[in-house]
Design a protein. Structure first.
Length: 112
């Protein structure tokens, strides 16, 4: 299980596959399988049974997870996909010094 640089709520762009170059917001991050679910990307059709409480059955279109290597974070500066670097900063909180990891765009050097 690797450390993921993509988090829920990030705007990402798909790099490969049938939805190549589509952008969307990350809905969920699955760290154990190294996959992310992106809004409007990798949509699949699921067949559902009718429920006991009168819930109707039928076809449901929903997003399926996509591997994290097939997406890249979109740089807020220029709107293009970028890799992520980690910068460590020392911050003083409650009189103690603490190291904080900050995600940085490899393209422009700005904080994500």
């Amino acid at each position: 299980m690797a450390k993921m640089t993509i988090k829920k709520g990030d705007l990402v762009q798909v790099l490969t596959g049938k939805d190549k170059s589509k952008q969307g917001k990350v809905i969920a991050v699955h760290t154990e399988t190294e996959k992310v679910t992106v809004e409007g990307v990798n949509r699949v059709t699921r067949h559902t049974k009718a429920g006991v409480g009168g819930q109707a059955g039928g076809l449901v279109v929903q997003e399926a997870p996509i591997h994290v290597s097939n997406v890249a974070i979109v740089d807020p500066e220029d709107g293009k996909p970028t890799r992520v670097k980690i910068r460590e900063e020392k911050v003083e909180r409650d009189g103690r010094e603490k190291t904080v990891r900050v995600r940085v765009s490899a393209r422009t050097g700005k904080d994500l």
